[in-house]
Design a protein around this ligand. Sequence first.
Ligand code: ADP
Ligand code: MG
Length: 341
Amino acid sequence: MLRDLQLRNFRCFESFAAEFAPGFNFIVGPNGRGKTTILEAACVLLRLQSQRAPNLTPTVRAGRRSFVLSGHVEGHLLQFYYSALRRKLAFDGVEQREPSEYLRLARVVSFANHDLDLVRGPAEMRRRYLDFIGLQVDARYRPALRAYERALRSRNALLKSDAPRPRELEAYTEPLTRAGTILREMRAALVRQLLPNAEASQRAISGHGETLLLEYAPGNEEDFAAHLRRTRADEERLRLTTVGPHRDDLRLQVEGMSAAQFASEGEQRTIALALKLAQARIFAEEAGAGPLLLIDDIFGELDPARRNALLAHLPNDSQKLVTATALDWRTGKWEEALLKL
Ligand SMILES: Nc1ncnc2c1ncn2[C@@H]1O[C@H](COP(=O)(O)OP(=O)(O)O)[C@@H](O)[C@H]1O
Ligand SMILES: [Mg+2]
C-alpha cells in the first residue's frame, strides 16, 4: 500500500503532499486541478515511468529542471529525483545504483479513457500494454527490452546510411536477435498468462458470457536470424529493420471477430477494461499482494449503474486511487478517503 506521497516541481505542483488509506481513495475536483497528475506521480514514484507519457521530460514543472517524488510503500521510503541529466533513486534513504530492488516493491495498474486505444489504436499501444506488465513481473524484461531497442536503433541508423557494410550490420544483428528472441519468449508467456484472466474478466463485466480471445502475433518468425537474412532486400529498399518484436501485436477477438473492426464502442470499452483487470489479476497471482489501481476519470462515458458496477468489480485486496469531477452518482457504501482539489 502507498501510505503517503510528496511531490516537488512535478507538472502543475510546486509542492504537494497527500496521505492515502487502504481501499478506496477518491480524488475529486474540477478539470485541470491536478487529479491525473497525482495518479501519475504515484505511478512514476512506484514504477519510474508514467502511465500517460512515453518519457518523463514533460512531467518536470514548467520553468524547472528537476522534480522530486517521495512516499512510503509497504513501510519503505521511496525517493526519486529526476532531471534531464540525471536520475537518483533511494530506498529507505540508501541511494540505489540499480532499480531492481526499488522496483520489486510495488505494482501498478492504470485505468484511463485512453485505454480504448488498446482495442482501436495501432499495435504500438498493445506492445506498450505488454511491456508495462512485463516490466513489473519479470526482472529479465527490462534488460532484454532495452538491449533490443538499443540494437534496433543502431541497426536502423546504419541501414539509413549510404551503403552499409555487411560486417557492420552483422555486428548489430547479433545483439538484436539475442534480445529479440528473449523478448518474444517473454511476451508469448505473458499472453498465455493473460488469456484466462482476460476471458474471466470479460465474462464478469460484459454480463452475457462473451468470450474474449487474446493471441500473440509475433513480428518475426521463430528463427529470427534466418528471417532477417531473408528480408535483406526489403531492408535495403526501405532502409530499416522490417521484422522483429517491434512489429509484434496482440490480437483481440470477441466471439471470433476482430474487436477493433466489429465491436461497438461500448464493447470495446469493456474489452479494454477486461485487459486491465486481467493485468491486476496477474499481479495479484505473481506478487501475492494486489497492485495499486489508478483509476482516472473513466466514468464520463458510463451511466451511473455501470459506474457503480465497475467499482464493485475491482479487486478487493487492492488499494485504489480514483479521480472524478463529481461523486454524486455513487450508490454503494465505499470505505473511503476523500481528497478535494
Ligand atoms: N510540466 C508542467 N508544468 C506545469 N504545469 C503543467 C505541466 N504539465 C501539465 N501541467 C498543467 O497541470 C494541470 C493539471 O493537469 P491534470 O493533472 O491533467 O488535471 P486534471 O486531471 O485534474 O484535469 C493542467 O492545467 C496542465 O496544464
Ligand atoms: Mg485528468
